[in-house]
Design a protein around this ligand. Structure first.
Ligand SMILES: Cc1cc2nc3c(=O)[nH]c(=O)nc-3n(C[C@H](O)[C@H](O)[C@H](O)COP(=O)(O)O)c2cc1C
Length: 323
């Protein structure tokens, strides 16, 4: 088996799965700057069981995106077994299991983070996925700090003997899923409890915070999520910062040109999903609210190009601090 988790140089810096965000265009613009791995948004094993066209569309990727890992959610071990075989056939470089999602659509069916209430079932799901992978692709898991009384410590202890490639820990609880500072202590502890790779999620929103996460937790990599919003270049900045202690920031004009490149990667059917993503790029620009209002209504590349022209025309001249 070719195991990308193990083969890639550490620390890994990669794009985490994000539902409604990490579509093909998003993955490719992030990868253009820097990402060791990319993930499409999670897909349901039940939907894969029924060969849902929408789900198969979500899983569509281009060759340039390798290594790419698919993430599954659901509750039925037999569906994980079957789905993993499909994921391997589709050419993915790995399969990941979601034990962390707090979203009602997943949690109300007993999936995602709520699975942590039944660690025996978590084990069964992992074993079924490993059996479906048949050693052809690596299996990893993603979870969070805690769900009710079950902590990531309990989860790690229950699964540490399984032949997993990696675990990604989001340092926030089910009850406070995205707010507040992520707890790095639980990630540091996870690193001492499992023999496989540990990835950190939840704090690396800047290069400085990325370094702090790696230094404190001693983990093997970082899953980037909201830190990439309007900043697909953050992976490259983190890489630069880790090697040289400094990093460069694109100027406003460059940022807007990157936004246009991003829009060009989206097919016409993806424009609705693209709207909010484009609006993230104008944060902090003069007249940002006006441009955001325009971008959240676009239906075509031509409309984005028009907005980009207007932004570029109205940008104040770049300050040349060397003069
Ligand atoms: C819009 C959105 C969608 C997400 N979808 C997924 C998902 O499909 N699978 C998953 O494991 N995590 C998902 N997450 C969680 C992220 O991967 C990540 O663990 C979390 O946002 C914490 O990292 P951050 O503070 O850097 O954003 C999602 C997060 C956001 C903001």
């Amino acid at each position: 088996m070719k195991n990308c988790w193990v083969a890639l140089k550490k620390p890994l810096i990669y794009l985490a799965p994000m539902s409604g965000v990490t579509n093909k265009a998003y993955r490719q613009i992030v990868k253009r700057f820097y990402a060791d791995l990319v993930f499409p948004e999670f897909v349901s094993v039940d939907a894969l069981h029924f060969d849902s066209v929408k789900t198969l569309e979500i899983l569509n990727f281009d060759k340039c995106e390798h290594p790419i890992i698919a993430q599954l959610f659901g509750v039925k071990p037999e569906y994980f077994y079957e789905a993993t075989k499909k994921i391997a056939r589709l050419g993915f470089d790995g399969v990941d299991i979601n034990f962390g999602c707090p979203a009602p659509k997943v949690a109300k069916n007993g999936g995602g983070a709520t699975l942590l209430s039944d660690l025996g079932l978590c084990r069964e799901i992992i074993q079924a996925t490993l059996a479906g992978a048949e050693g052809k692709i690596p299996v990893s898991v993603k979870t969070r700090k805690s769900y009710q009384k079950t902590s990531v410590r309990d989860f790690c202890k229950k699964i540490s003997d399984l032949p997993l490639a990696a675990i990604c820990v989001h340092g926030r609880s089910f009850e406070k899923p995205y707010l507040g500072k992520a707890d790095l202590e639980c990630i540091r502890e996870a690193k001492t409890l499992v023999p496989f790779l540990v990835m950190a999620s939840g704090h690396a929103h800047t290069p400085e915070a990325a370094k702090e996460t790696l230094d404190f937790t001693k983990c093997d990599g970082l899953a980037l999520a909201r830190g990439t919003f309007g900043r697909p270049w953050i992976g490259r900045q983190i890489k630069e910062y880790l090697t040289s202690g400094k990093y460069s920031e694109p100027d406003d004009g460059e940022k807007i040109k990157i936004m246009l490149e991003h829009a060009k990667l989206a097919g016409s059917s993806q424009f609705i999903e693209m709207r909010k993503v484009l609006a993230w790029y104008v944060k902090g620009l003069p007249n940002a609210a006006k441009y955001r209002n325009q971008l959240v209504r676009v239906n075509s590349l031509a409309q984005v190009e028009k907005i980009v022209q207007s932004i570029l025309l109205n940008l104040p001249p770049a300050c040349d601090c060397q003069k």
